[in-house]
Design a protein. Structure first.
Lengths: 357, 313
């Protein structure tokens, strides 16, 4: 209020102008009060009245326009001008009326939700109420969808904003709802939920802007931003189920793929082993054949030197080697019944307990 | 004496001012009424005006006004019940007619309610729901739809473009409603369908249908998962068998070749003296006899020959 006092000091005009009586110059406050207290006489009463008038006039003769605002000045109801930010004077006693319009501020309208100021940590708090009436709409495939969106706008022309429509903001809301429903209704639900967002936003912005321009409302639409776009609440679990099922499909495929990745390399290794084993066998077989035939060829070469002796020697040597290790040797003679056990000492001694029985 | 004269003059002045001066706001227009009868033209210039003390002033808003209809339940041509919420913008275009026909805004609103509601009702109930929801430029490329549930919808025609569509429907409503406006001194600027929704029972049906659609899609995904999994495992099984059989074929070939090679080597060596080979090989096989073998020797075999007789025969 310090502004007011300064103002009064700088402009003593109205006060002195209204002053009656013999004295000139501004009256001392004390004098006026004493006049008032003195009561009586119409002159003193008139003086007091004039003083009140003067103070009232001083208080109503100026106004401040904030930086983001413009002020529309009306004299007897007719607009006489628009004031820019700063301190301005006007005719007092309500002759000039001022309407402030925030032209520089970006305003917004919310649909389907409401933010309620800022909560802890600077995060925006949202109302827990459901504004289903606003957000629920039909898509082109006659399904329902829940769309939340924001319209950001600026008042471009304060005159038009005030005097072209009575309720420009309400109209903006109505038109936004109407346009959003038309645009969403002209698309498939799946489209709106996924890829259509950007196009819907720009289309809605343009259409709302066209309508508001048609009304000459002085409102400029900056942007239309879609927020949550979801199926209706009752259907949401089913949508989630689809997502889960999709995940499950991927999981099953991945699991099968994993098994393939486990099995194939292992079996490939096995196959290599089988082949390698066969190659080993082959090498062994051929080598043995080569070895044995070499041995045979060597022996044969010697045998041919003295066939009779070598033959007998090989035979006897072999029996000599074989007989001690052999379990039982039976000698058979022509014409004799049954074989004759031979060299069976060890064996019979071993078999004794059985014989005793 | 002087002061009282002054006071009387002041009171008269104030009286005259309050009865003869009136203000018209930028947003208003006014008609001066004398004993219930409109006098003169409509005053639409804002500012301070003068009238006679016994005349009244009727103010009318000059701006575009909002009319908001009630939410009404209307059946469409296809017998679906829907809730329709309409909104309209209008202005008082002829205050004189307005004053005589509807008197004030409240009167105007009831008339607008009657007229617009009935036109909307007529239009909606003679239109298919698709026409109300979609617009004339409806264009869906069926090939780009990736939602399998849509393709199965029997109740839906996705291709036909609406004859009217939302915008032209609104246009038609406006045209029809406008016909009755001039006699009311009202100019109807536009009529818009703000909201269209199913009534709650239909809504539940639609929700159930949507749920069923989603569930069938979910089932399809699961089945697809199983199918793909089986396919992959089947492929794997085939591949495993291929690998294994290939390996054993190769192994057998290798073995066969080796056997053949061995046979060739043996044959080459042994055919040098077949008789000696069988003798040699027989002796070899005797060496393989073990403890559990029983050897039967003829008494007149070579081995016993010298046991019977030391002299050569």
């Amino acid at each position: 209020m310090s502004q007011t006092i300064e103002l009064g000091k700088r402009r003593p005009g109205p006060q002195s102008g209204w002053q009656s009586g013999p004295r000139s110059g501004p009256p001392e406050l004390g004098e006026v009060l004493s006049k008032l207290r003195g009561g009586g006489g119409g002159g003193k009463f008139l003086g007091a009245l004039l003083l009140i008038f003067a103070i009232w006039g001083a208080f109503t003769a100026f106004y401040t326009v904030q930086p983001e605002e413009r002020a529309v000045i009306k004299r007897f109801g007719a607009v006489v001008g628009i004031a820019d930010p700063g301190l301005h004077f006007k005719l007092p006693f309500g002759i000039d009326q001022i309407q402030f319009v925030a032209t520089e501020r970006v305003l917004k309208q919310e649909f389907g939700f409401r933010s309620e100021g800022t909560g802890e940590g600077g995060r925006t708090r949202y109302s827990s109420d459901q504004f289903e009436d606003e957000s629920l709409m039909l898509t082109g495939d006659l399904n329902m969808i829940d769309v939340e969106w924001v319209v950001q706008y600026r008042i471009e022309d304060p005159m038009k904003f005030l005097y072209q429509m009575r309720e420009p903001t309400r109209t903006l809301r109505d038109i936004s709802e109407s346009v959003m429903r038309r645009v969403v209704g002209n698309r498939l639900g799946s489209d709106v939920l996924t890829v259509g967002r950007v196009e819907i936003q720009s289309q809605a912005r343009d259409e709302i802007q066209t309508s508001m321009a048609h009304y000459d409302s002085g409102i400029h639409i900056i942007t239309v931003e879609m927020q949550d776009v979801v199926p209706p609440p009752a259907v949401q679990p089913a949508f989630n189920e689809v997502n889960e099922a999709r995940q499950e499909r991927e999981r099953m495929i991945n699991e099968a793929q994993k098994r393939v990745n486990q099995e194939i390399p292992r079996v490939e290794g096995e196959a290599l082993r089988i082949v390698a084993e066969a190659q080993g066998y082959a090498a062994e077989r051929v080598n043995r054949a080569l070895g044995e035939s070499a041995r045979f060829s060597a022996v044969l070469a010697e045998y041919r030197q003295a066939p009779e002796v070598t033959r007998a020697r090989l035979y006897l040597e072999t029996l000599n080697e074989v007989l001690p290790t052999i379990g039982q040797v039976l000698v058979v003679q022509d014409g004799q019944i049954g074989p004759l056990p031979l060299l069976d000492i060890n064996r019979s001694s071993r078999a004794n307990p059985e014989d005793a029985r | 004496m002087k002061t009282s004269l002054f006071a009387i003059a002041a009171i008269l002045l104030v009286l005259a001012g309050s009865t003869m001066l009136f203000k018209i706001d930028e947003a208003e227009q006014a008609i001066i009424v004398q004993f219930g009868e409109p006098i003169g033209d409509v005053i639409d210039e804002p500012g301070l005006k003068v009238k006679l003390p016994w005349q009244n002033v009727r103010y009318f808003d000059k701006r575009l006004l909002v009319w908001d209809g009630d939410v009404t339940q209307i059946p469409t041509l296809g017998r679906e019940f829907i809730l329709v919420d309409t909104t309209a913008r209008w202005r008082i275009s002829d205050p004189l007619k307005f004053l005589t026909s509807v008197r004030d805004e409240r009167g105007a609103r009831t008339r607008l309610d009657d007229i617009i509601d009935s036109v909307v009702r007529d239009m909606v109930s003679s239109t298919e729901l698709e026409e109300i929801v979609r617009s004339r430029d409806w264009d869906v490329d069926l090939s780009t739809i990736d939602d399998p549930a849509l393709a199965e919808r029997q109740d839906l025609d996705l291709q036909t473009r609406p004859k009217l569509g939302r915008q032209l429907l609104e246009q038609e409503i406006l045209t029809r409603a406008r016909r009755l406006m001039p006699e009311l001194g009202i100019e109807l600027d536009d009529v818009r369908i703000k909201r269209v929704n199913y009534i709650s029972s239909v809504r539940q049906q639609v929700e159930r249908r949507m749920i069923a659609e989603r569930q069938s899609i979910a089932e399809r995904f699961r089945a697809e998962g199983q199918g793909r999994s089986q396919e992959i495992l089947g492929d794997m099984e085939r591949e495993l068998r291929e690998i294994r059989s290939e390996a054993s074929r190769e192994a057998e070939e290798i073995r066969g070749n080796a056997d053949a090679e061995a046979t060739r080597i043996y044959g080459q060596a042994y055919s040098a003296d077949a008789e000696f080979y069988s003798f040699f090989r027989t002796l070899e096989s005797y060496r393989a006899l073990g403890e559990n073998s029983t050897l039967m020797l003829s008494a007149d075999s070579d081995f016993f020959r010298y046991l019977q007789r030391a002299q050569p025969e």
